[in-house]
Design a protein around this ligand. Structure first.
Ligand code: G3H
Ligand code: 13P
Ligand code: ZN
Length: 316
């Protein structure tokens, strides 16, 4: 069942975080639904601009519609990840998305507010909610690349004004994470002091943590042992999700970890069986491994085991 992102946030705020997982293809879609049902968790499917153009934007939409039939118990929202204005309007028009993210965080404060406000007006007219970003994460996104030196933590003093003037429904905050597999070069970590102050400024307002992959070291070691070159890859300690959710982080974005599962499965499969060329064999292994990965992640997020409570609350 597709629900609104807002409904999920109202249920989860302060108690647990909803996993927001990116998908690009059938195998990720199957593994994601299976893993969320195995762990009895609601979830958010994220589609990036790059994912929409990987094949055709309609492909992922119909894949998700089909998944709804194949997994009728699933409760989830569909979200545009890191949209520019044009992509946001396209998704709003489509009537399929529960929420969109306008990422104008590379603009200055006033222009970020102005772009977010335009998207909010269009989205709210159709009952769709809007995520905006204040501050800048490091790392690489599809349309923006941010050097670590240019990454800026969210200024808590600006959060309230930004939310009031833009009208956004949730806020992605930069609190020390970055996108991709190389998050922390030294001893850096999450800035809970910044997060605490943001929550103090905007109590009850749902916050979003991007760049939250854990980059499991065992996964990295297996990839490297099978021919990969990911030395030094490092991520966020998933044990910290609970504290973040108590401080208002209601949506936690995870993409890179899923790519690592895919890479490990395929590298190991073809290394061990170089005579193979049937794509369904590693594809089947990947779907099972991805489902296991998702179920484990939902335990850390606290969303595992909440599905029947979420269903009952939505029915009231
Ligand atoms: O934050 C970016 C997400 O990991 C999506 O990546 O734009 O390459 O699909 P992508
Ligand atoms: P990761 O690169 O840590 O998986 O972050 C994903 C993300 O923030 C998607 O918006
Ligand atoms: Zn992101």
């Amino acid at each position: 069942m597709i629900v609104t992102t807002k409904e999920l946030f109202e249920i989860a705020y302060g108690k647990f975080a909803i996993g927001a997982y990116n998908i690009n293809n059938l195998e990720q879609c199957m593994g994601l639904f299976q893993g969320c049902l195995d762990s009895q968790a609601p979830f958010i499917i994220q589609i990036s601009k790059g994912a929409r153009s990987y094949t055709h934007k309609a492909m992922l939409e119909y894949l998700i519609r089909a998944s709804e039939e194949v997994f009728p118990e699933a409760i989830f929202a569909v979200h545009l990840d890191h949209g520019d204005e044009e992509t946001c309007y396209d998704c709003i028009e489509s009537g399929f998305y529960s929420s969109v993210m306008i990422d104008a965080s590379h603009e200055d404060f006033d222009n970020n507010i102005a772009a977010t406000h335009r998207v909010v007006e269009a989205a709210h007219a159709k009952g769709i909610s809007v995520e905006a970003e204040l501050g800048q994460l490091g790392g690489v996104e599809e349309h923006v690349s941010v050097d670590e030196a240019d990454a800026k933590l969210t200024d808590p003093a600006q959060a309230k004004e930004f939310i009031e003037r833009s009208g956004c429904d949730c806020l992605a905050c930069a609190i020390g994470t970055s996108h991709g597999a190389f998050k922390f070069s030294g001893t850096q970590g999450l800035h809970f002091d910044v997060l605490e102050e943001i929550q103090r400024q905007v109590p009850g307002f749902p916050l979003v943590m991007h760049g939250s992959s854990s980059v499991p070291q065992e996964e990295v070691a297996r990839i490297n042992a099978a021919g990969g070159e990911l030395a030094g890859a490092k991520g966020v300690d998933a044990e910290q999700f609970k504290r973040a959710s108590e401080l208002g982080v209601t949506k936690i974005n995870i993409d890179t970890d899923g790519r690592l599962v895919w890479t490990r499965v395929h590298r190991e499969f073809f290394k061990e069986q170089p005579e193979q060329f049937d794509l369904r064999k590693p594809g089947t292994i990947f779907m099972g491994e991805y489902a296991k990965f998702i179920a484990a992640k939902n335990e850390y997020l606290g969303s595992a085991g909440t599905l029947s409570m979420v269903r009952e609350t939505l029915a009231k």
